[in-house]
Design a protein around this ligand. Structure first.
Ligand code: C2E
Ligand code: MG
Ligand code: MG
Length: 570
């Protein structure tokens, strides 16, 4: 074993000091004072100093700088250190006999001074130690308040600084702005994660430049969402223009080659509201232009306030609704159309909310809301248990074993207890895992697909069957799709809608069905409303059909009668 091992422990390794002074005698004196505690790297000229910095900046903890150098003025060296982002974190102490230079040095970013001739060793050591400690504390603070990827504030600190800004500019009108990259998962998928990260960094940089110019602060709040809190302005298009950076690999990215960003503005915020609430409003505004190709900026107005109030109420009412069984599970039949006569083969469980004040609320409203608020897993578990209970009940009452598919939100897939919960539900209801089909939307597989694929694979290993919902809507790559563990594909309703519009054009639909067939699993069409559509789909090779043509989603009892009329056992 080598005798002198590097301890590899930052806390016990000696801190490193770059000592820039052309007088050999000064070098020696300081070496003597510091060498017990620090590792000192000598540089006799400005040029030499910058070379050492260039090669070793990552491990340097302090620069001691003499102002009289043979080749450059010390102030010049100081300026160069301060204006290179790689070195900016390294503190600089200036050593000078000229007290007039002090102000200028401080303006240029020196932290402290050591006068010449040198004071006693204790004084020098104390100053050096304090400066290094301060800069390390500042570093730690820097990284706890920053987002690693972009170097912007993280959301917590952003909110704190927003409060501070308010305190200083109480009556100044201020805007809360939210930026979100359209289809960011698709960019990641198409260009790779690295390019995606780079894109986020560039957007972050532009947002930062914007607030540096216009005033205010910015942060990255989550994956592809940025927040800006700034003095009110009249026009938001210049901001949008600025952050719409070129797509990866598109050079300057003129026009179409720019990343598409949607923006929500809550202008002239009410400062009595929590900072987070202000940005919830900006998000509501941004959501109004989601999927809109002609409009990228949404401005919060009073009509959206209604939405906000409604959303708040729904979240507030959730617990009671679950307790009081206001959530009702409806069932919509699926028919196997491969044989001569369509045959009932399964049903999809779809949740409804019978709200005491608002009446029937559609899942299109509350599902996305609960997905954002961490409530979805509890609701879904409830729906799964209800569905499992029905499967068991129908078996016992009518000897009909009809598998039921349930929707599994993409958010549920991140729930550590998902698999356990699913098994427990089936076990308690006394049904086999294979009787519960799991509908997982295609877009769940985009983004962090590795982890999801693994989880879905496990569910499948223990007997659950997986249906991919909304196939064709998620922009997944075919390559990725072909490796997925699935048992059926459900075409996105868009293809069916699109094919049977006034001007009928079924080519895209046919293509999707052919594509689905290459996965060698049954193809399901949903949203089928007429006999002609059903017949056309059958002739195109669709295996299973679901839609108003056979039946709307029905309450449990009504579905039971429907099932008896179409008894799959006969
Ligand atoms: P989905 O899973 O794609 O469900 C199909 C939707 O299409 C249902 O809407 C259904 O009522 C509707 N539909 C069925 N046939 C037809 C038709 O012929 N024409 C038309 N126009 N529509 C038809 P619904 O019940 O409003 O649900 C909307 C979405 O909400 C579902 O889309 C699903 O993603 C989600 N969802 C519903 N229940 C649950 C649940 O318990 N958990 C979770 N996580 N999501 C759910
Ligand atoms: Mg579904
Ligand atoms: Mg669907």
């Amino acid at each position: 074993m080598p005798e002198k091992q590097t301890p590899f422990r930052p806390s016990v390794e000696k801190r490193r000091i770059l000592l820039i002074d052309d007088e050999v005698i000064n070098q020696e004196i300081l070496q003597m004072m510091l060498a017990d505690t620090y590792e000192v790297l000598p540089a006799l000229t400005g040029k030499e100093a910058l070379e050492i910095l260039h090669e070793q900046y990552e491990t340097l903890n302090l620069v001691l700088l003499d102002l009289n150098l043979p080749d450059k003025h010390g102030l010049e060296v100081l300026w160069e250190i301060r204006n290179d982002s790689r070195y900016a974190r390294i503190p600089v102490i200036v050593m000078t006999a000229d007290s007039d230079a002090e102000v200028e040095c401080l303006t240029l970013g020196a932290i402290d001074f050591i006068p010449k001739p040198y004071p006693r060793q204790e004084v020098v050591l104390a100053r050096v130690r304090r400066t290094i400690e301060l800069s390390e504390d500042r570093d730690i603070l820097h990284w706890t308040e920053r987002d690693r990827l972009t170097g912007l504030y993280n959301k917590d600190f952003f909110c704190r600084y927003a409060v501070q800004l308010d305190a200083r500019h109480r009556d100044y009108p201020t805007d809360a702005i939210l930026l979100n990259v359209n289809h960011f998962h698709m960019i990641n998928e198409r260009y790779g994660r690295k390019a995606g990260d780079e894109l986020l960094r560039e957007i972050g940089q532009k947002a930062l430049e914007y607030v540096e110019e216009a005033g205010g602060i910015t942060c990255r709040s989550e994956a592809d969402t940025f927040l800006i809190y700034c003095p009110s302005r009249e026009n938001y298009s210049s901001l949008l223009e600025k952050v719409s950076v070129p797509m990866p690999g598109s050079g300057n990215g003129q026009g179409e080659n720019r990343v598409r960003i949607r923006m929500g503005v809550y202008a002239g915020v009410d400062k009595a509201l929590d900072v987070e609430r202000r940005f919830d409003r900006a998000k509501i505004a941004a959501d109004t232009v989601k999927g809109n190709f002609t409009k990228a900026i949404g401005i919060y107005d009073d009509s959206m306030h209604e939405t906000e109030l409604m959303q708040e109420q729904l979240i507030e009412d959730f617990q009671a609704a679950l307790r009081e069984k206001q959530f009702e599970v409806f069932f919509q039949p699926k028919f196997d159309v491969r044989g001569e006569e369509p045959k009932l083969c399964s049903a999809e469980a779809l949740v409804r909310w019978r709200h005491p004040k608002l009446g029937m609320v559609s899942p299109g409203i509350f599902i996305p809301l609960f997905e954002n608020n961490g409530l979805i897993f509890r609701l879904d578990s409830y729906v799964w248990a209800e569905a499992a209970g029905k499967i068991r009940e129908w078996k016992e009452k009518h000897s009909i074993a009809l598998p039921v598919s349930v929707n599994v939100s993409r958010v549920d897939l991140y729930e550590p207890k998902l698999i356990e919960m699913m098994q427990e539900i089936c076990f308690k209801s006394g049904i086999g895992n294979e009787e519960l089909l799991l509908e997982i939307t295609e877009s769940a597989y985009t983004g962090d697909s590795g982890q999801i694929v693994e989880k879905v694979g496990k569910l499948r290993e223990i007997g659950f069957r997986i249906e991919m919902d909304d196939f064709g809507s998620g922009y997944s790559s075919l390559n990725m799709l072909s490796t997925l563990p699935i048992d059926a594909l459900k075409l996105d309703m868009y293809f069916i809608r699109n094919a049977f519009k006034e001007k009928q054009d079924t080519r895209l639909l046919e293509m999707m069905i052919r594509l689905a067939e290459t996965f060698r699993v049954p193809v399901i069409a949903e949203g089928v409303e007429t006999a002609e559509q059903a017949a056309a789909l059958k002739s195109m090779g669709c295996d299973i059909i679901q839609g108003y043509y056979f039946s709307r989603p029905l309450p449990g009892a009504d579905f039971e009668s429907f099932m008896l009329e179409h008894n799959p056992n006969h």
